[in-house]
Design a protein around this ligand. Structure first.
Ligand code: ZN
Length: 244
């Protein structure tokens, strides 16, 4: 079984479609999507991204932006651009799309994987950005592996007998599972923040027991034009070009 692992699509249809095309054309396709939350927020195509996800078998948890878009989470902690994009997103959603976001769970366990948006300790909000925060997180899930998103940066944290080690995931990197416990972040599809604007994702092959990490270019300017038309904040538009 092959799982496509995507996080932080953020209403970016061009990036999400590019990931689907890339995995189908270059890496033998997939059977199921593991979506780590923040399908909506920031970008110009929330309904289209939700619709596209529903064309596949998927498991999806909610992110902070998914909850904010349906009023389940208050946006007082959002910066001004994120809050303004959130208000715009909320106005685009149909009743069915709202219900879909409202119903998303915060934590899902599938086999050896715990799936959350932020961290196993605080699934919707906490960012795992360092070995220190990862060390704390390892105490908060029981499976061997945990998949997280939220930081929009592809990373792996590995727990051995004495410490937690961290490593950036580059395109083409692979993690052979079976040794130590891991927390894996596939990076962001729709708004990468590691100074590489390409969409970031992972594929887990359960027969080979390997997680592969990939990047793929997409038509950033097409997304940016849609954002301009929608009147979304300028910084959210320009950051896509820089990958920040
Ligand atoms: Zn996000």
């Amino acid at each position: 079984m092959k799982y496509l692992v995507v996080a932080d699509i953020h209403s970016n249809l061009e990036a999400f479609q590019a990931v689907l095309d890339d995995v189908n054309e270059n890496y033998g396709g997939f059977d199921h999507i593991w979506c780590l939350g923040d399908i909506v927020g920031y970008g110009p195509s929330p309904s289209q991204c939700i619709k596209l996800l529903h064309e596949f078998d998927y498991t999806c948890v909610c992110g902070n932006h998914d909850q904010a878009a349906v009023g389940k989470l208050d946006t007082s902690d959002f910066n001004a651009d994120a809050a303004s994009a959130n208000e715009w997103t909320a106005r685009q959603l149909s009743e069915d799309e709202r219900q879909f976001l409202l119903d998303l769970p915060e934590v899902v366990i599938e086999g050896e994987f715990t799936i959350v948006h932020g961290s196993p300790r605080a699934p919707v909000w906490e960012y795992i950005t360092s070995a220190l925060s990862a060390a704390e997180s390892f105490r908060h899930f029981d499976t061997k592996y945990c998949l997280v998103g939220h930081t929009h940066v592809p990373f792996v944290f590995e727990q051995d007998e004495v410490s937690v080690n961290e490593g950036y995931l580059g395109s083409g990197d692979m993690l052979v599972l079976g040794g130590n416990r891991l927390i894996i972040n596939p990076g962001g599809v729709g708004q990468p923040r590691d100074r590489d604007p390409r969409a970031s994702y992972a594929v887990y092959d359960s027969e080979k027991n390997i997680v592969y990490h990939y990047r793929v270019s997409y038509d950033v300017s097409a997304t940016q034009e849609k954002m301009e038309e929608a009147g979304l904040p300028g910084f959210l538009i320009s950051r896509l070009g820089w990958g920040v």
